[in-house]
Ligand binder design. Structure first.
Ligand SMILES: Nc1ncnc2c1ncn2[C@@H]1O[C@H](COP(=O)(O)OP(=O)(O)OP(=O)(O)O)[C@@H](O)[C@H]1O
Ligand SMILES: [Mg+2]
Length: 321
């Protein structure tokens, strides 16, 4: 069973630690590190730690691949990234512990050429022969057609393989039309694509139900510390996480996507899926970096989450598409 994650716009995460950041003046940094990042890269990193055979693809600038290659070789992740001219973007995060503030500067990324997009399509074709699950995660580089996820999903589904989609705005909206197996919007992304600000839980569930279709079997609406709603045609489960000591909320969603793939590969029930995916997200926020340092943590978090069955009978019927 091989999993592929696709990251079209990865990033090197540069974290600078310094106290009392002052704009418009000279600051002294305390420590700095570079990590391979991007949502699909993070998903792959969690899945490899979990023990799955994992491959990655997407686009990497050929001039600064070292940090990615190091991660992939450490975790035995198969590197199918297409090299494009230039450098992968670097996103800078300034962590000011004294003031408990974090400042992010995110760059747009490099645009792949039409030839590179064709190479990606060929690569997906090749990987879909042998791989069963594909995670398409993150935003798009500038000027890439917003239909790209829809195109890739259709291509993967022609081989009878499964897709989980985690994106936002137009790329998400258009990707949904291609009916990926699972969609994981957070509550804001769901509000954005439906054009509705949702306050009531029933409204969120109703909006999620409308995204279900023949091929789209599950919608997971993540809601930060409120937990998540796991919505299928048959039932809906609300998960409430325990109180945990948070180290970072970066990558909470990526860990959850990894957990969703793991749960599906194991053929878990909706309740067990909800437990495992949430446990992944809790490991994500209680550790720095996209790693599962101890698989026992997953077990213990899975026991601590609270599940509530939301009976679909009490909800308004989903409107047929
Ligand atoms: N503050 C928190 N306390 C407890 N659990 C949390 C917290 N933040 C996130 N989580 C867990 O992580 C899951 C995903 O979080 P969230 O909804 O923030 O995802 P996201 O917005 O997609 O994140 P990302 O920035 O990685 O894309 C939640 O459903 C929950 O299980
Ligand atoms: Mg997210």
């Amino acid at each position: 069973m091989k999993v592929v994650t696709v990251t079209l716009n990865p990033a090197i995460d540069q974290t600078v630690r310094m106290d009392n950041l002052q704009v418009n003046s000279v600051n002294r940094g305390q420590a700095m590190q570079f990590d391979a990042g991007g949502k699909g890269v993070n998903v792959a990193s969690y899945l490899a730690d979990y023990g799955y055979e994992t491959a990655v693809t997407g686009f990497l600038g050929e001039e600064n691949t070292a940090v990615f290659e190091k991660l992939f070789s450490q975790k035995k992740i198969q590197d199918h990234f297409i090299r494009i001219p230039g450098r992968t973007r670097t996103n800078v995060k300034i962590v000011d512990e004294a003031n408990q503030q974090t400042t992010d500067i995110n760059m747009p990324g490099e645009t792949p050429t039409a030839a590179a997009l064709q190479t990606l399509s060929d690569k997906i074709e090749e990987l879909a022969q042998s791989c069963d699950w594909f995670a398409l995660a993150g935003n798009l580089p500038p000027h890439v057609p917003t239909s790209i996820y829809a195109t890739l999903i259709a291509q993967i589904q022609q081989h009878g393989k499964n897709v989980v989609l985690d994106s936002s705005r137009e790329a998400l909206r258009e990707g949904i039309l291609a009916q990926p197996t699972i969609i994981k919007p957070n509550i804001h992304e769901l509000a954005e694509i439906t054009g509705k600000e949702m306050v009531e839980e029933t409204a969120v569930i109703h909006a999620a139900q409308q995204l279900l279709s023949d091929n789209t079997k599950m919608i997971v609406v993540s809601m930060g510390k409120q937990g998540a709603l796991f919505v299928t045609k048959q039932q809906t489960i609300k998960v409430t996480p325990p109180n945990v000591k948070i180290k970072t909320t970066v990558g909470a969603g990526d860990a959850m996507v990894a957990g969703l793939v793991a749960a599906h590969i194991q053929g878990l029930s909706l309740a067990e899926t909800a437990r495992l995916a949430t446990a992944f997200s809790l490991v994500g926020i209680t550790h720095i970096g996209a790693h599962l340092p101890d698989l026992n943590d997953l077990q213990s978090f899975a026991q601590q989450v609270q599940l509530k069955q939301v009976h679909s009978a009490t909800l308004p019927p989903a409107v047929a598409k």
